[in-house]
Design a protein around this ligand. Structure first.
Ligand SMILES: C[S@@+](CC[C@H](N)C(=O)[O-])C[C@H]1O[C@@H](n2cnc3c(N)ncnc32)[C@H](O)[C@@H]1O
Length: 221
């Protein structure tokens, strides 16, 4: 098994990180973390099945580094020396709930590497509202799906993100890649079609606002 998406996530890891993958499932990101040189890794999942799968997949690494497998909800059982976490491949609203439940722990980390599958603007809005700064971002297409990765850290006196920054990503917007343009063109076409159907006034207004934002961003690219 290989994943371009998780490889890209692992590119934000550093050799001296003490790393936890929250919602590890198969454990592939743990494998990539090891390949990046990390020697202390915690793999967390809240379900027995995926955690057993991760244990089986990473069995060859057990003697080569410190890997801890933890059956737990979100950040609740994070080992005290973990300084970098990833939460990937889950819905944005669930991701926000996980961070919200252990906000002080999340704020104490050096980096959070987040890859929400849905509701990405909500994740950025949450981070901004809570005083996290976005350090880096990436966008990638794998098997016809487009994924965004957000690297963040808590910082006092962080300027708040605009609606456009939350939607498009403050760093992704700076250098719009072909995948970035493809994603937002696709959404623009989708909205244009929906706007031709009968809609409530509120829905029409919201979609029209989104369309105007998309048009203005795409014209800038
Ligand atoms: C779709 S998989 C994604 C796996 C991997 N992170 C990836 O990006 O490919 C989501 C995993 O998160 C786990 N999960 C969901 N909610 C969780 C929570 N609150 N705490 C820990 N794990 C959770 C699920 O059991 C599942 O194994």
């Amino acid at each position: 098994m290989d994943s371009k998406r998780l490889k890209l996530v692992s590119s934000f890891l550093r050799e001296d990180d003490v790393f936890a993958d929250v919602g590890c499932d198969h454990g592939l990101l743990g494998q990539y973390a090891y390949e990046k040189g990390i020697r202390k890794i915690q793999l967390i999942d809240n379900k027995e099945g995926p955690l057993s799968q991760a244990k089986a997949n990473l069995a060859p690494l057990i003697d080569k580094c410190t890997i801890t497998f933890t059956l737990a909800d979100g950040l609740s059982s994070l080992m005290p020396d973990i300084n970098v976490i990833a939460i990937c491949g889950i819905g944005g609203n669930l991701l926000v709930e996980i961070l919200e439940r252990d906000l002080e722990k999340a704020k104490s980390l050096a980096r959070l590497i987040l890859q929400p599958n849905t509701h990405i603007p909500n994740v950025r809005a949450f981070l901004s509202h809570q005083g996290f700064v976005i350090l880096d971002e990436a966008i990638i297409k794998e098997k016809r799906k487009i994924y965004e990765i957000i690297v963040a850290r808590f910082q006092d006196f962080t300027p708040k993100l605009s609606v456009e920054d939350c939607y498009f990503g403050p760093i992704l917007r700076l250098k719009p890649s072909p995948v970035f343009v493809e994603k937002h063109r696709k959404r623009l076409n989708q909205i244009t079609k929906i706007l031709n159907k009968p809609l409530s006034q509120k829905r029409y207004h919201d979609l029209n606002q989104e369309k105007l934002m998309l048009l203005s961003e795409i014209n800038r690219c």
